[in-house]
Design a protein around this ligand. Structure first.
Ligand SMILES: Nc1ncnc2c1ncn2[C@@H]1O[C@H](COP(=O)(O)OP(=O)(O)OP(=O)(O)O)[C@@H](O)[C@H]1O
Ligand SMILES: [Mg+2]
Length: 396
C-alpha cells in the first residue's frame, strides 16, 4: 500500500505543517548524514488540530534504522507543545526515489566528508555539553570502558586539544608512535574488549606535538581522524572540549554521521546551555542521540539521598530536544577519586560500575546499536558507488 493512497487529514493549519517540517529537519539519517526532510524521506505531513500524521519513506523495507528514525520523528513532534498525537506511516521508496536519495547522499558525502580513518560501520558518538566541568570526559571514559566490557572495540578521540584529560582518566601514558606516517592510537585491554585512544596528551609536549609531522593544533582533530590507524572499531567516542563551536562544526563536515550525547547537570541554567550545544549540532546537521544527566543526586553514607542541584533536569532537556534520557549518574566522590587515580569506576564492580554498564547497554541496544552492514543504507551507498564506478548507472 502506498501511503499516498490514504487521504491525509485535511489541514486548516498550514503554519503547523511548516512547524512540523521544521522540527523534522532535526531528524538525521545517521548513515546518509542528512536530514530526512532534505533526503526526501518525508512524503507528506497532515495536521488536524493537535493530531499529526507523517508519511515517511525509507530507502529499503528492512532498514535497520527504522525504529530509530521512528523514535526520532515521534520525539521531535511530541516536543511541540500543541501536538496531542502522532501517527507515523512508514513506506518504502520505489527505485526512482531510492536513486534520487542515494544520489543526494553520495553528493553530500563527496562534498562534505573527506576520507577518514574511521571504519564506515563504526558508530560515532561525540560527548558534548554547553558548559565546562559537567563531566563530559568522565562520562566518555567510563562509557568507553563499559562498552569495551561488552567485548567491543572502542576508540576514544580526545578532542579537547588544549585541556586534554582522557589519558589521566584512563590511567594511560606513553607516546604516539608512527606507522607508515600515521599515528597509532595507544591501546588498553578492558575485559573482553579494547579501548584505543588518541589524545594530545600522548604527543609529549606541545612543541614536540607541533613538530610531529607538522601537526597543526587547530587541525589536530582532523588529523586524529584522518592520519591515524584506528583499525576496526565498533564505536568511536569523541570527548569534546567545553562550549559550543568549532569542533562540532568541524565534525559535521569531516564526519557527518557523528551523533551527539549531550551531558547536563540538573539545574535549569545547565540545561539551557546544553540545549544551545544541541542546537549548534543541529545547525551543523549532527543528530542528537540522547541526553545523559550527571551529578544527579548524592547519597550519603547513611543512605539518605540529596538532590543537591534539583531534580528532573536531564528529563526536561531530553523532552525538549525530543530525544531519550539515556541515564542519570549520581554525584559520587568515588567517581572523581577513580578519575584521579586513572582507574575508571566502570571497570570496577560497585554500584557506579553497574550504572555505567546500564548506560552502555542503553547505548548499544537502544540508542545507537551497531548497524548490520548487510542491509543498511551505508552499504547501499557503497553499492551505488560501485555501480557508478563500473558504468552500470548514470551518476545522479
Ligand atoms: N558524577 C560525578 N560525581 C562526582 N564527581 C564528578 C562526577 N562527574 C564528574 N565529576 C568530577 O567533576 C570534575 C569535572 O569532570 P570532567 O573533567 O569529566 O568534566 P568535563 O565536562 O569534561 O570538563 P571540561 O569542560 O573541563 O572538559 C572532575 O573532577 C570529575 O572527577
Ligand atoms: Mg573534559
Amino acid at each position: 500500500m502506498s501511503p499516498g493512497s490514504v487521504p491525509l487529514p485535511s489541514s486548516p493549519a498550514p503554519g503547523r505543517e511548516d512547524e512540523v517540517r521544521q522540527s523534522l529537519r532535526a531528524v538525521i539519517d545517521p548513515e546518509l548524514g542528512d536530514t530526512i526532510v532534505d533526503l526526501g524521506m518525508v512524503r507528506a505531513i497532515g495536521v488536524t488540530g493537535g493530531r499529526v500524521v507523517v508519511d515517511v519513506a525509507l530507502t529499503i523495507a528492512a532498514c535497520p534504522l527504522r525504529t530509530q528514525i521512528e523514535k526520532d520523528v515521534r520525539g521531535r513532534l511530541e516536543a511541540l507543545d500543541w501536538v496531542e498525537s502522532v501517527e507515523i506511516r512508514i513506506a518504502t521508496m520505489d527505485a526512482a526515489e531510492r536513486a534520487a536519495v542515494m544520489a543526494r547522499a553520495r553528493w553530500k558525502a563527496r562534498e562534505d566528508a573527506p576520507e577518514t580513518a574511521i571504519p564506515a560501520t563504526a558508530r560515532v558518538l561525540a560527548v558534548a555539553s554547553g558548559k565546562g566541568g559537567v563531566g563530559k570526559s568522565s562520562v566518555t571514559v567510563n562509557l568507553a570502558v563499559a562498552l569495551a566490557q561488552r567485548g567491543l572495540t572502542v576508540g576514544v578521540l580526545d578532542a579537547d586539544i588544549w585541556g586534554f584529560s582522557v589519558p589521566r582518566l584512563l590511567g594511560m601514558e606513553g607516546e604516539v608512535e608512527a606507522r607508515k606516517g600515521k599515528m597509532v592510537p595507544l591501546e588498553k585491554r578492558v575485559g573482553a574488549g579494547m579501548v584505543r585512544v588518541l589524545s594530545m596528551g600522548f604527543l609529549a609536549d606541545e612543541e614536540q606535538a607541533i613538530m610531529w609531522r607538522g601537526l597543526v593544533l587547530n587541525r589536530a582533530v582532523q588529523q586524529f581522524l584522518q592520519d591515524a590507524h584506528w583499525g576496526d572499531l565498533d564505536y568511536l567516542l569523541i570527548d569534546l572540549p567545553p562550549g559550543t563551536g568549532d569542533v562540532q562544526m568541524g565534525l559535521a563536515r569531516l564526519l557527518p554521521r557523528t551523533e551527539m550525547l549531550v551531558v547536563t547537570t540538573p539545574p535549569l541554567a545547565a540545561q539551557k546551555v546544553a540545549a544551545r550545544a544541541a542546537d549548534m549540532a543541529r545547525k551543523g546537521y549532527l543528530r542528537v542521540a540522547g541526553v545523559i544527566e550527571n551529578m544527579s543526586d548524592f547519597t550519603c553514607e547513611h543512605g539518605t539521598t540529596y538532590a543537591l542541584f534539583g531534580t528532573g533536569g536531564g528529563a526536561r532537556l531530553a523532552h525538549g530536544l525530543g530525544v531519550p534520557l539515556i541515564g542519570s549518574i549520581p554525584l559520587h566522590p568515588d567517581l572523581a577519586a577513580a578519575g584521579d587515580a586513572g582507574t575508571p569506576v566502570a571497570g570496577g564492580d560497585g554500584e557506579l560500575a553497574s550504572i555505567f554498564a546500564e548506560l552502555a547497554r542503553m547505548v548499544a541496544e537502544e540508542v545507537a546499536p551497531l548497524l548490520e552492514t548487510s542491509s543498511c543504507s551505508a552499504r547501499l551507498v557503497e553499492r551505488v558507488e560501485a555501480a557508478v564506478a563500473s558504468g552500470d548507472l548514470e551518476p545522479g
